[in-house]
Write a protein that binds this ligand. Structure first.
Ligand SMILES: C[S@@+](CC[C@H](N)C(=O)[O-])C[C@H]1O[C@@H](n2cnc3c(N)ncnc32)[C@H](O)[C@@H]1O
Length: 196
């Protein structure tokens, strides 16, 4: 089911991020992929292990994606939505039939979830840089996440800055926030549960 043999080494991964950061800093928004500490923390969340349908926004080169796949049940499915074609190519090399990779903008979340019959979604994991996005698309993405989630479903976002808090407050209320220092740069993990 899952084949992790093709995992690129850390230097290759770092180099790819640096090149992409030079080319499109506002999209990649990071000089390094998420640390194993962060990816394991995300994958270790009980909501991930119990989920049937997971959506990942901004999967990058798939560090979080691979750990989510390791943690997910064999029947679960994961839709990964990535904007940059170079990274989509890397994601497509992950050999796991539970994974659907879409080269798209996270703004297309609602229609992609419908297309792949993943509604209602149990968990949305997001690495996209909400602090850099314009307000209109950022709000549109938050609305689509809220609408896609099942009541009791979880929205998890790892972010350097806290703009997302203001964006999500109206829909989701106050998040649970955990500090993750062992990442470059350190991030905060914001977690919301859809009421209901
Ligand atoms: C901070 S990187 C995180 C990458 C990866 N998840 C990790 O943990 O290493 C942000 C990722 O979000 C992607 N991204 C940024 N804006 C996006 C958008 N509007 N829709 C989809 N992906 C987006 C970037 O291309 C990049 O892969």
């Amino acid at each position: 089911m899952s084949d992790t043999t093709a995992y690129p080494n850390l230097l290759t991964r770092l180099w790819r991020y640096v090149v992409l950061f030079v080319r499109c800093p506002d999209d990649i928004a990071s000089l390094a992929p998420s640390s194993a500490f962060l990816t394991r923390k995300l994958a270790g969340l009980p909501c991930v292990q119990n989920a049937k349908h997971i959506v990942e926004l901004g999967p990058g080169d798939g560090g979080v994606t691979r750990d989510l796949l390791e943690a997910m049940s064999p029947q679960a499915r994961l839709l990964a939505i990535e904007l940059l074609p170079d990274l989509v190519e890397v994601l497509q090399s992950i050999n796991d039939d539970r994974l659907i990779v879409e080269h798209a903008d996270a703004c297309e979340l609602a229609s992609l979830v419908e297309t792949h019959h993943l509604k209602p979604v149990d968990v949305v994991v997001s690495g996209i840089p909400f602090s850099i996005l314009d307000r209109e698309p950022a709000t549109q993405i938050i609305e689509a996440i809220y609408d896609s989630l099942t009541p009791g479903g979880t929205f998890v976002a790892y972010q350097v800055r806290d703009e997302i808090n203001g964006l999500a407050l109206k829909r989701f209320g106050e998040p649970e926030i955990t500090w993750v220092p062992w990442n470059l740069p350190p991030v905060r993990l914001f977690q919301w549960t859809k009421p209901g």
